[in-house]
Ligand binder design. Structure first.
Ligand SMILES: [Zn+2]
Length: 148
C-alpha cells in the first residue's frame, strides 16, 4: 500500500508512514474517499463556473446594450448598470457588441451628468427665492410669536 498523504510506499498493516509519520492504521480507505469527494466537488465547481462562459446566448450582450441605451433616457443610473453588465458579457462572449455596450455606458453617463447640471442650475436659480421665502416665513413666525 501507499501513504495517502505523501505517496510513500509503506508495508501493508503499517500504523504510521515511516516517511511523513501520518497515521495509516485501518483507515486507509476513508481519507481516500474524502479526497475523491473533493475532486468531485472541484470538478462540479469548475464546470459550473465555466458553463456561463458558453451558456449565455450569443447576441444577448447586444440586446442588453441596446436596452441599456433606451433605459438611459428614462433612468441613467439603471442604464449605466445594465450597460456595464452588457459590457462585461460582451467582453466575455460577444466582442462585436463591445462598441454598443460602450455607447450605452457613455450615453448613461452623459445623461446623468446633464441631469445633474440641470439640477444644480435649477438650485442656483431657485436658491435666492427660497432664501427670501424662508426669511419671510421666519419674520411672519416671529411676528405671530410676539403678538401672542
Ligand atoms: Zn507518508
Amino acid at each position: 500500500m501507499y501513504c495517502q498523504y505523501c505517496g510513500n510506499k509503506v508495508e501493508d498493516g503499517s500504523k504510521y508512514c515511516p516517511k511523513c509519520g501520518s497515521p495509516l492504521a485501518g483507515k486507509s480507505d476513508a481519507p481516500k474517499e474524502e479526497k475523491q469527494n473533493t475532486t468531485d466537488f472541484e470538478k462540479t465547481y469548475y464546470t459550473e463556473s465555466a458553463s456561463p462562459r458558453t451558456g449565455t446566448k450569443p447576441g444577448s450582450a447586444r440586446t442588453m446594450a441596446i436596452v441599456s441605451i433606451v433605459l438611459a433616457f428614462f433612468n441613467p443610473l439603471i442604464g449605466l448598470i445594465v450597460s456595464i453588465v452588457a459590457f462585461n458579457n460582451a467582453k466575455r462572449d460577444d466582442p462585436d457588441s463591445l462598441g454598443l455596450a460602450k455607447i450605452g455606458i457613455i450615453v448613461s453617463i452623459v445623461i446623468m451628468a446633464f441631469s445633474l447640471i440641470i439640477t444644480v442650475v435649477a438650485l442656483v436659480i431657485m436658491l435666492p427665492n427660497m432664501l427670501e421665502i424662508m426669511e419671510k416665513t421666519m419674520q411672519e413666525a416671529t411676528g405671530i410669536i410676539f403678538r401672542g
